[in-house]
Ligand binder design. Structure first.
Ligand code: SF4
Ligand code: SF4
Length: 389
């Protein structure tokens, strides 16, 4: 095992500072936007002068409260997110400190459970919904999405009185691409025989991406990369290399990575919205110049490539999983899906078929945020690691 990197502590200490920063911004009149999904482009929010925090829930505690409003069969991510909002607005249980700071929520038309949850959310906080074409390669999808993003920029201008001009968008594109490149650099280190970071450590960094300001996040990731560059690569025993593919793991949900790594595996890559999906495509900066591509179109192109399971067909995701498995030299894939998430649960079959053809073993884990199945998952993970070792 590689020694623990000191720069990881930067991320641990960041929470209180960020809350204070957001409160200060609000005192100065800056608007704060809450989001729940990768399809909402940060570039547009920042270009319109607002700040943003991601409100996806990964904790199990708020779920009981959410089930007073939502069916039990809805996925835990939706229930946890909504439960935190209820606790914040009704003053019961642990309130979400971020929700109390947001001026508006920007939602997106992805899975059915989320879309319906947003309707209930709209009763408590101004909620704006971006429509999303779900057959991304169909003729007209790109134009439609671009027009939706334009409408979104108009909405933000109404809130902040700041126009997301082309110049401002270009500036934010440069900044967001810089974050994406830094994250790719961080993930590249994990291709080493002994990765300098565990999967759990990397996940905690990725979770902070959604709540720190981009400038601070980039500084911390850069510091982490520089520390890795300065540190000699340790020799160590080879542990089974695992890729996690599937649903996001928002802050608070670390159960499955903890189990995998406590049983001797090492997670070297995550195909998820708390992994590669958040940074794998850049907005095309070159064509902004060479073809005078309108920045809003460049943003729409990049975001429509995100291979969420709400898209159909979603071959892009299946191909990406096989490519990542080879690139990071994984011994096996753990397919992680949340109960009630039909998109990722149904797509599991095609992923398994593709991995089988590529000669890569896969273990499917369908779970929630509770600890009740931890023992059973542990036994299955142990047997899987023995099989692929
Ligand atoms: S899994 Fe899909 S719906 Fe969920 S955050 Fe990612 S892109 Fe959005
Ligand atoms: S995990 Fe699945 S069901 Fe839950 S919000 Fe994301 S896409 Fe929707």
């Amino acid at each position: 095992m590689a020694p623990r990197l000191k720069s990881l502590d930067l991320f641990n200490d960041a929470y209180a500072q960020r809350i204070e920063q957001l409160m200060q911004e609000k005192r100065e009149g800056r608007k704060v936007i809450g989001t729940f999904c990768l399809y909402v482009p940060d570039e547009i929010i920042f270009a319109a002068g607002a700040d943003r925090v991601v409100l996806c829930g990964g904790k199990s505690d708020p779920i009981t409260r959410a089930e007073e409003y939502l069916p039990r069969s809805v996925c835990p991510l939706i229930k946890s997110s909504f439960g935190s909002v209820i606790q914040s607005t009704c003053g019961t249980g642990e309130a979400c400190p971020h929700f109390g700071l947001v001026d508006a929520v920007v939602a997106e038309a992805t899975c059915d459970g989320k879309k319906k949850m947003y309707e209930l959310l709209g009763q408590r906080v101004p909620t704006y919904v971006i429509d999303l074409p779900q057959v991304p390669d169909s003729p007209g999808a790109l134009r439609y999405f671009e027009s939706e993003l334009g409408r979104f920029a108009d909405y933000l201008e109404g809130l902040t009185c700041i126009r997301a001009t082309d110049d401002r968008l270009r500036e934010e594109i440069r900044s967001a691409n810089e974050t994406r490149r830094l994250l790719q650099r961080l993930f590249d280190y994990r291709k080493r025989d002994v990765p300098p970071l565990t999967g759990l450590e990397t996940l905690k960094v990725m979770q902070k991406q959604y709540f720190l300001s981009p400038a601070v996040f980039k500084d911390y990731v850069r510091a982490l990369c520089e520390e890795i560059d300065r540190t000699e690569s340790p020799a160590g025993e080879r542990r089974p290399r695992i890729m996690i593919a599937g649903c996001p793991m928002p802050s608070g949900s670390t159960k499955v990575p903890e189990i995998i790594e406590s049983h001797g595996g090492v997670i070297v890559v995550e195909e998820s919205c708390t992994g590669t999906r958040s940074f794998e495509h850049l907005v095309d900066e070159e064509r902004l110049v060479s073809e005078a591509l309108p920045p809003m179109q460049a943003i729409a192109e990049r975001y429509l490539k995100i291979p969420c399971a709400c898209m159909t067909p979603n071959d892009r995701r299946i191909e990406s999983i096989v490519d990542l498995a080879r690139e990071y030299r994984v011994d096996g894939v753990v397919y992680y899906s949340l109960q009630g998430c039909h998109g990722y649960n149904v797509e599991r079959y095609c992923v398994q078929q593709a991995l089988k053809q590529a000669g890569i073993s896969m273990l499917a884990i369908e779970t929630d945020y509770s600890a009740s199945d931890a023992g059973q998952i542990g036994l299955r993970v142990e047997a899987f690691l023995e099989m692929i070792a």
